[in-house]
Design a protein around this ligand. Structure first.
Ligand SMILES: O=C(O)c1cc(=O)[nH]c(=O)n1[C@@H]1O[C@H](COP(=O)(O)O)[C@@H](O)[C@H]1O
Length: 308
């Protein structure tokens, strides 16, 4: 799957992933109204509203970007109907040939991690039948449990030719509280990065490992140092746009081949119609605003890549 991701990034000239993080407050009134008419103001109604909202955005952007990243928490908040909307979103994106990164941030003891890996990137056997439960192409993983918590994901990745992105340095303001602590004189995130590079060695695609990492756009100095420690890792970079990350800071996340990083924007794309610069589209053309926001983001990122 890492080979497909790299190929699609090259074809689209867009190292961009659109984060599908739907909040009810982003869903235009006309879609909410339709959903309430059908299901009432219920969890089912909310799930229908976010699904229809996602569908509009996916239809508008699927030909421009290689990948999407649905964040499962945004769906879970609507209970079982929300999870159904998550699954519908994953399936629809795959129909559109998008690479799907399930942002599920799992991590636990080995046996439990095996179940998480099975759920999101693996298969489950039930009697003589085999099922692919959520069927994402990649999932995000928390490394806090160490290798016995990570190994189940590596095993499933190898078997299914799927991938993971392991948290190394997150984008949030307090990420340093633990991640920057010095261990034998080195920050903890660096220690994790060296492990990720090692774990990734046995999981190589053609040019990149299918064990990637997450480094926030909000810590560019660290991004630069970590790039050198993990040359074969694809870096998933959240924090561009809504969290303040700027294109100018992102060049060091890429390798000299112009590859090796994929920049995420969620609110900046899916709720673009609420921003003054895209207000002319209005609520009913919210998906066109998202399309234009992707085009603008692509230009913004490619501008710094050319000068890299
Ligand atoms: O793993 C992630 O994707 C992630 C890691 C991180 O360090 N920071 C971070 O913001 N994210 C996710 O990236 C998305 C960022 O959303 P926006 O700030 O709206 O672009 C959310 O889905 C977050 O859960």
């Amino acid at each position: 799957m890492i080979n497909k991701l790299v190929k699609k990034i090259e074809e689209n000239k867009a190292p961009i992933v659109v984060g599908l993080d739907p909040m009810l407050s982003y869903v235009p009134e006309f879609l909410q109204k339709k959903a309430w008419e059908q299901y009432g103001e219920t969890l089912e109604g909310a799930a229908e509203a976010i699904w229809q909202y996602n569908k509009g955005i996916i239809d508008a952007i699927y030909d421009l970007v290689p990948a999407v990243k649905p964040q499962i928490a945004m769906y879970e908040q609507f209970g079982i109907p929300g999870l159904e909307a998550f699954k519908k979103t994953v399936d629809y994106c795959k129909e559109k040939d998008l690479v799907v990164i399930g942002d599920v941030k799992r991590g636990d003891i080995g046996s439990t991690s095996t179940a998480y890996a099975t759920a999101h990137i693996g298969k489950i056997k039930i009697g003589n039948n085999s099922y692919v439960p959520f069927a994402e192409d990649f999932m995000t993983v928390n490394p806090y449990f160490g290798i016995d918590g990570i190994k189940p994901y590596l095993d499933v990745c190898k078997e299914e030719k799927r991938g993971i992105f392991i948290l190394v340095k997150t984008s949030n303001p307090s990420s340093g509280e633990f991640q920057d602590q010095l261990v034998d004189g080195k920050p903890l995130y660096e220690l994790v990065a060296r492990k990720v590079a090692k774990w990734g060695e046995e999981c190589m695609g053609d040019s990149y490992s299918y064990v990637g990492c997450v480094i926030g756009a909000t810590y560019p100095e660290m991004g630069k140092a970590l790039r050198e420690i993990m040359p074969k890792q694809y870096i998933l970079v959240p924090g561009y746009g809504a969290q303040g990350g700027k294109a100018e800071d992102l060049a060091p996340y890429f390798n000299k081949d112009g590859l090796g990083a994929i920049i995420n924007s969620s609110r900046g794309i899916i709720a673009a119609y609420k921003k003054p610069e895209y207000a002319k589209y209005g609520e009913t053309s919210y998906a066109d605003a998202s399309r234009q926001a992707v085009i603008d983001m692509r230009e913004d990122i490619n501008r710094v890549l050319v000068s890299h």
